[in-house]
Design a protein around this ligand. Sequence first.
Ligand SMILES: NC(=O)C1=CN([C@@H]2O[C@H](COP(=O)(O)OP(=O)(O)OC[C@H]3O[C@@H](n4cnc5c(N)ncnc54)[C@H](O)[C@@H]3O)[C@@H](O)[C@H]2O)C=CC1
Ligand SMILES: O=C(CO)COP(=O)(O)O
Length: 336
Amino acid sequence: MSKPVKAAVFSAGSWGTAFGMVLADAGCEVTLWGRRAEVVDAINSGRTNPDYFPGVELPENLRATTDPAEAAAHADFTVLSVPSQTLRANLADWAPLLAPDTVLVSLMKGVELGSVMRMSEVIEDVAKVSRDRIAVVSGPNLAREIASRMPAAAVVACTDEAVARRLQAACHTPYFRPYTITDVVGCELGGAVKNVIGLAVGIADGMGLGDNAKGSLITRGLVETTRLGIEMGADPLTFSGLAGLGDLVATCSSPLSRNHTFGTNLGKGMTLQETIAVTKQTAEGVKSCESVLDLARRHGVDMPITETVFEIVHEGKSPVVAVKELMSRSAKPERR
Ligand SMILES: NC(=O)C1=CN([C@@H]2O[C@H](COP(=O)(O)OP(=O)(O)OC[C@H]3O[C@@H](n4cnc5c(N)ncnc54)[C@H](O)[C@@H]3O)[C@@H](O)[C@H]2O)C=CC1
Ligand SMILES: O=C(CO)COP(=O)(O)O
């Protein structure tokens, strides 16, 4: 009998816990690293993560630890799911503990502020591993629904297709259907920019602007994502796939999305500080609107929706004024 695949998941937040369940349900032996002893104890003794998914029973082959070395030991896959802006510091601590041939898997959807690096680039930079040992999972994967074992598809991306296929096998369950893809750049950009467009759609929803506005923002949001992607060497077709359109539709339609909800609160007139105070989990778009805009400017790409979100979130622009400005931009053909 072959040995079970071992996976380490850092950390026991919303998506880390839900994806850990997926891996365990697919037959992997999963060790979840958590920062807080009380969460780790609840997972090991009560088989639940009370902070994120109270009432959801976790599989027997998923256990938790506060010891990163214990989590990392002998892992075939080391899955990273922390806020994008803390990854560099976190991984610097964990890198010396990684199993020698482990594949590093990013679940994160963000771009690092300042360096404008994608998460796989930060991993390569900090862990000093080659690109063919770094994979990305993305797609329409709202963690709450996955934890309820509701059906979803996803993409697993790696420049080495054989590695992507190994990861695909390790996380394929009756409710989670992963496809392989080699366009890592497109997958990561799709996920990071979708959070920014999710904020924009949330703002429009909060203002009561209707479904035509939503459809327009999703479509034009995807156009500007694709424009940036092409400049960065991504395959434009990736953006009409699960990591592009699929993820965008799920986020922009769902009250479970933190980015969408964050935007809705802003659109209803809450201040940034009030919105941050009621947001319990990571809403990546809040920081990534700045890094994505920075990335766009460095590549000479026009991203008017991203720019508008940045102005509303970080410069206090009124959403009413922002809508007027977006609608009165100069007329142009659709495909330019
Ligand atoms: N929640 C979801 O539905 C999905 C989330 N993602 C992405 O997954 C990534 C993680 O998001 P979530 O799990 O949702 O966030 P979360 O806020 O639920 O969990 C984040 C986890 O990171 C830990 N953490 C926070 N700051 C830390 C630090 N400085 N050092 C170490 N650990 C720290 C927290 O304790 C928590 O366990 C994000 O990039 C997000 O965009 C991707 C797909 C789905
Ligand atoms: O990325 C997600 C779904 O795929 C989760 O979106 P939020 O981070 O907005 O909750």
